[in-house]
Design a protein around this ligand. Structure first.
Ligand code: NAD
Length: 298
């Protein structure tokens, strides 16, 4: 088992993920730019490094959980140039949600230096990160995936090998685009029922046993009060924020452009979340199931 992990990016996701590695017995040398994130990571048992370069010194595995592809490239290749400071043979696992082109660029630069790389974005949100039940979608050579799996299993319960470099990022983008589409469809159908006098609980029960059943309806009903313990029943607090869904739909649009793919519903979903995010109510920080509000108002 790898003994030392360098963990870079200790935010809402990275903090609890690093904490789970500590619980599993790893020594975790962590780095983040934000003081609050560093403080929280110390409480979870991580050692804080003064710089990213210090964090990767002597690490067997490096995990990054950063806000975007350009930031991952800046940390690994450009500004911090960590790939020049990492020993040959070290395994880098990027868990951030990024474009496949970002993953492939970092992979190519890593391979040039004899460093192993796996893109491994996640599904499961902050609750999954805290519980250690994330799904990881991985891209990279089979032997590097096998090595990454040993570490990822300490933070998640489903670890998939999607294909070569960038395939994990492609899988993540496809999944979240579909999630946005069926959440929007579910909200639209439920509001149509409500506007025609149906109780959303009754309608949800009918559709769950009929051909309209889907994950949003089953696990994440967007109408407040239909299910307990989902964001819609907590004023859309917690969960997966509208701004994060907008980010992922933006990545889907870019991936579609670069691969000459048609994504009609993906583009519509991106536009609908864009309209929703402009609401004066300040919806960007609400859970993405709050898209129901758009249908309540129009
Ligand atoms: P976050 O903003 O809470 O955390 C990101 C952290 O990275 C912050 O603490 C920030 O200070 C740090 N950071 C930024 N630039 C840095 C740099 N140059 N060096 C070191 N640290 C730096 O974001 P999050 O919610 O933890 O999301 C992280 C990634 O996971 C994103 O790519 C996001 O799309 C993805 N994701 C998030 C969720 C979710 O529900 N929050 C779910 C799935 C995937």
């Amino acid at each position: 088992m790898a003994q030392t992990v360098a963990f870079i990016g200790l935010g809402n996701m990275g903090g609890p993920m690093a904490g789970n590695l500590v619980k599993a017995g790893y020594k975790v040398n962590a780095f983040d730019l934000a003081e609050a994130a560093k403080k929280h990571a110390v409480e979870l048992g991580c050692s804080i490094s003064a710089t990213p370069a210090e964090a990767v010194q002597g690490a067997d595995v490096i995990v990054t959980m950063l806000p975007s592809g350009p930031i991952v490239e800046s940390v690994m290749i450009d500004k911090d140039a960590l790939l020049d400071k990492i020993a040959k043979g070290t395994l880098v696992i990027d868990c951030s949600t990024v474009g496949p082109e970002n993953s492939r660029r970092v992979a190519a630069e890593a391979v040039k230096r004899g460093i192993r790389f796996v893109d491994a974005p996640v599904s499961g949100g902050t609750a999954g990160a805290a519980a250690g039940t994330l799904a990881f979608m991985c891209g990279g050579p089979a032997e590097d995936f096998a090595a990454a799996k040993v570490v990822l299993e300490k933070m998640g319960s489903n670890i998939f090998h999607a294909g070569d470099y960038g395939a994990g990022s492609v899988a993540k983008i496809c999944n979240n685009m579909l999630l946005a589409i069926h959440m929007i469809g579910t909200a639209e159908a439920l509001q149509l029922g409500i506007n025609n006098g149906l109780d959303p609980k009754v309608l949800s029960g009918i559709m769950l046993k009929s051909s309209g059943a889907n994950w949003s309806l089953e696990k994440y009903n967007p109408v407040p009060g239909v299910q307990e313990n989902v964001p819609s029943s907590k004023n859309y607090a917690g969960g997966f924020m509208v701004k994060l869904m907008q980010k992922d739909l933006g990545l889907a649009l870019t991936a579609a452009r670069l691969s000459n793919s048609t994504i009609l519903f993906g583009a519509l979903a991106s536009n609908l979340y864009g309209v929703h995010a402009k609401s004066k109510e300040g919806t960007v920080d609400l859970d993405f199931s709050s898209i129901l509000k758009l249908y309540e108002q129009h």
